[in-house]
Design a protein around this ligand. Structure first.
Ligand code: CAO
Length: 575
């Protein structure tokens, strides 16, 4: 028989939009399986099938505007029925468009046709009571995990009870909908005390031998018209002493012994972590699924027992912490705690410029992704400086200032040709070098807005005058905020020169995805032993940071020694 599934009562809202299709034609669905998700400007709702069967056709697509009664799907089902309006399920944390119908106002086809208040045409009510609890006379209800209207699966926890020796979880044992909850937390109960009334589809496994699991049609279904099925709920038990003979209708899982009043619960292993936690199997299962270490969760139940809501609140709070902290989180990196500095003295908030924010992200990414090592050395540039001085006059005529940087760029290009893996990137899998056959050298410029790295294209093909002009032009453009994206793209190696400022060495951060960067510190006059005597030499500190995944220390050492030798004898730059 084909059943037509329509949009249910959506309250005051006239039209909602289909935002998700959760099934495809040919899919087999159960009553609780969601067919589509609809959304108004206030809430989203899941629309379940309401019946079991196979999807014949979906009659909506994502983006459709639909109203109450609109046909969603046709389901071929063994159960005889006419058009079905499934009960909407409101998503967690969102406002309902329409209140979900209570058991008394459920849609026509799922509404029990009462006979004596309990029997239905295709549903029946099952009373779930405290099962055999052995010798324990009275046990306390320490957790009620369901409310009226909740849909539960067979494994879903209804109630947790606790004696002075053990705690027991009482699951539903079958799929259905909670229509009455008869106990509250703290209540004393004993074997046979009525806990919950569940409405279950006839044909589902009620635990009653007269109910047939595979009998979906009304005609085949056994009638339970005169009395509600009453079953003792299956339980999962805690560390019950041997003399307690508990009847366990279903699977048994170990619970920690409940704490003696005022004492801590027994330690229990959670996901391989030892810890003293007081929580039942369902909570532990949820914690395992979400990767939560229960040792970190504060229980809000009786005697600090951890309940499901505590685990959910813990996850929510952890997610919020990660998304609000700008100081680093995620990837298992503990975030730096935010401190209210105004408690210690006056403070001022000054926003970072966009250049700084973008730069910070880039630097952070590189630092976190690349194992950096820095190799330090010194180049004797006494002869280079003498030559540079000799160019000063000509430079004035040309209107170009030649600084050590132009020679350093030139020397780097030479060294990169000898050591091609420094003018490279690693591929995504880290299994190949991508060797670049061009030499585009970026250099850091300190601007008011922050650090910018313009790129000298084909630096290897430029002479010292041209390099000096290019450096000066790009640095001016950077300081005037006139650099275009093209001026900063395509670098294959970078240089950061702090020589004009000072310092004896530093660790520059690699300009990823490049694999190396040269830091240059301030030139100093030093006495250097020449084999016979100490002579004053102009020594330039070099600091090469390299990606240790791509470059070995020995290679880095050779690169820097070679670079220093080129700078030490610039005649070699013409070879
Ligand atoms: N040792 C000693 N003096 C040096 C030197 C060094 N290593 N490098 C440059 N100088 C001298 C220059 O010769 C020049 O002296 P004169 O005016 O007497 O000729 C003076 O310092 C100023 O040079 P400059 O800064 O104008 O030119 P530059 O080519 O050396 O540098 C630039 C250009 C754009 C790189 C530089 O101005 C700059 O912005 N540097 C900062 C880079 C930076 O912030 N790096 C850190 C990034 S990572 O955190």
């Amino acid at each position: 028989m084909t059943q037509e599934i329509r949009i249910p009562d959506i309250g005051d809202v006239e039209e909602v939009q289909v935002i998700e299709l959760c099934v495809l034609p040919g899919d087999t669905v159960g009553p609780d399986d969601v067919l589509i998700v609809i959304e108004s400007d206030k809430a989203s709702m899941e629309v379940p099938a309401g019946v079991s069967g196979v999807i014949e056709a979906l009659t909506v697509v994502v983006g459709d505007d639909v109203a109450e009664g609109h046909l969603i799907a046709r389901i071929s089902s063994a159960a005889a029925s006419e058009s079905v309006e499934p009960e909407p399920q409101t998503q967690i944390g969102e406002t309902a468009i329409a209140e979900p119908p209570t058991s008394d106002e459920a849609p026509a086809d799922s509404q029990p046709e009462t006979d004596g208040g309990h029997a239905t045409r295709d549903c029946t009510r099952v009373e779930i009571s405290v099962p055999d609890i052995g010798e324990a006379q009275d046990v306390a209800v320490i957790e009620v995990s369901v409310s009226v209207g909740d849909r539960v699966g067979a494994d879903d926890l209804l109630v947790v009870v606790e004696s002075d020796k053990a705690s027991m979880e009482i699951p539903a044992g079958q799929e259905g909908k909670i229509v009455e909850v008869h106990v509250t937390e703290g209540a004393q109960v004993t074997e046979g005390t009525l806990l919950v009334t569940l409405e279950v589809a006839v044909g589902s496994d009620s635990g009653d031998a007269s109910t047939t699991v595979d009998a979906p049609t009304t005609a085949d279904a056994p009638t339970t018209a005169d009395a509600p099925g009453t079953i003792a709920a299956p339980i999962t038990q805690g560390s019950v002493s041997d003399e307690q003979e508990l009847t366990l209708a279903q699977k048994q899982r170990q619970l920690p012994a409940p704490p003696v009043a005022g004492s801590k619960p027994e330690p229990e292993s959670v996901s391989g972590n030892s810890g003293s936690v007081y929580a039942g199997p369902a909570v532990r299962r949820l914690a395992r699924e979400l990767g939560v270490d229960l040792n970190n969760v504060q229980g809000s139940g009786m005697r600090d027992r951890i309940v499901k809501d505590d685990v959910k609140a813990f996850v929510k709070s952890a997610l919020q912490d990660n998304s609000t902290s700008t100081l680093g989180a995620g990837s298992g990196i503990p975030p730096i705690p935010l401190v209210d500095f105004s408690k210690f003295g006056p403070v001022e908030y000054r926003p970072l410029t966009r250049v700084r924010i973008v730069g910070a992200t880039h630097l952070h990414r590189s630092w976190l992704n690349i194992p950096h090592v820095t190799q330090h050395d010194e180049a004797d540039i006494t002869e280079l400086e003498a030559f540079r001085s000799s160019l000063k006059e000509e430079g004035l005529t040309r209107g170009v200032k030649v600084t050590p940087l132009s020679f350093i760029v030139k020397a780097c290009c030479y060294a990169l040709k000898i050591f091609p893996t420094f003018n490279a990137s690693l591929d995504a899998e880290g299994k190949n070098f991508i060797l670049k056959k061009y030499y585009h050298v970026g250099f850091a410029v300190d601007t008011e807005q922050g650090l910018l790295v313009p790129v000298i294209k084909d630096a290897d093909q430029l002479g010292i005058w041209e390099l000096s002009e290019e450096i000066s032009a790009l640095a001016s453009k950077a300081r005037e905020q006139k650099l275009g994206m093209n001026d900063m793209r395509g670098g294959s190696f970078s240089i950061s020169s702090l020589g004009a400022i000072g310092g004896t060495g530093f660790t520059p951060i690699i300009n990823a995805p490049e694999v190396a960067i040269l830091g240059v510190a301030r030139l100093t006059n030093k006495p250097v032993w020449n084999g016979t005597e100490f002579a004053p030499r102009q020594m330039l500190p070099l600091s090469l940071s390299y990606d240790h995944r791509a470059i070995n220390g020995a290679e880095a050492g050779r690169f820097v020694v070679h670079l220093a030798s080129l700078l030490g004898d610039i005649r070699r730059l013409s070879l």
